[in-house]
Design a binder for this molecule. Sequence first.
Ligand code: NAD
Length: 337
Amino acid sequence: CSATATIRATLFPGDGIGPEIAESVKQVFQAADVPIEWEEHYVGDQIDPRTQSFLTWESLESVRRNGVGLKGPMATPIGKGHRSLNLTLRKELNLYANVRPCSSLPGYKTRYDNVNLITIRENTEGEYSGLEHQVVRGVVESLKIITRQASLRVAEYAFHYAKTHGRERVSAIHKANIMQKTDGLFLKCCREVAEKYPEITYEEVVIDNCCMMLVKNPALFDVLVMPNLYGDIISDLCAGLVGGLGLTPSCNIGEGGIALAEAVHGSAPDIAGKNLANPTALLLSAVSMLRHLNLHDKADRIQNAILKTIAEGNHRTADLGGSATTTDFTNAICDHL
Ligand code: NAD
């Protein structure tokens, strides 16, 4: 009998509901006997000059060393304060692609039963380059950076993902009719990569039309690849199609094979500390981390237990119309395991 070696993974519980849903992941992993040893890191209360944010260099080193991690949501003050913690992570670890799967959950009825979309968001530049300044009083400027290197990299990731996951179509989402240079370059790079994948259908859709098409008929899309801001917005729209932000996972992919999984949602300050959060999004993100580690048996077991608990309907959290607490829901998943 050979025991599976323990794998170290970094865990950022994060802010707001983060610690509650991270606790749920730890409990479920324990119930499923997952061979992961968490290396927990917290957001500090002093700015680390090496990262220019409350995230310390040691935290980033932990992800670099382990190669895998899970992060809870991190709050960013609006319009002031320190460098965004999420931006710091993405920039410093070069987490260039954010993969956001969005599928209908069996047994949980929404307007559509057939949603099965993958949003791939460029994660390092675009409108989120963090380059904003005042030109003169009353006039501010924000720079949208699009580079050939980052666009090719995310396009290549999207087509490779489509090919290796049995997907048929990649749609590049843009506004190149207005942002001719920036989104124009993004599209040019997508077209170049598309030529290398003749078996994958490639199309280009303007972002506003894409929103309309998605809410009218999500089955029109398969894999969507897009610059940073559009990916942020479209993935929340997609979450709404299947039941909300409590359900949708994501995984950040970095250079050198780093994978940092996280939920799509934020720190949900309105329900933080009340044991009301739905941990499904973070749990499914943790499942994607297990798949990255080729721990498919564990991933399947946990995913099935989550889906079964939601489908049965006795232990749903408030966002899904139920009255279960985070703890009730987590215990029900553990019972299924
Ligand atoms: P949010 O995603 O935190 O919340 C939006 C709504 O969804 C709220 O009503 C919230 O209660 C609900 N919600 C979110 N997650 C839920 C869950 N797991 N279960 C049940 N309901 C859930 O968005 P926001 O309010 O715009 O942002 C709050 C903070 O989070 C901000 O500081 C923002 O910068 C940060 N944020 C962080 C990330 C991240 O760390 N990746 C992502 C988005 C927002």
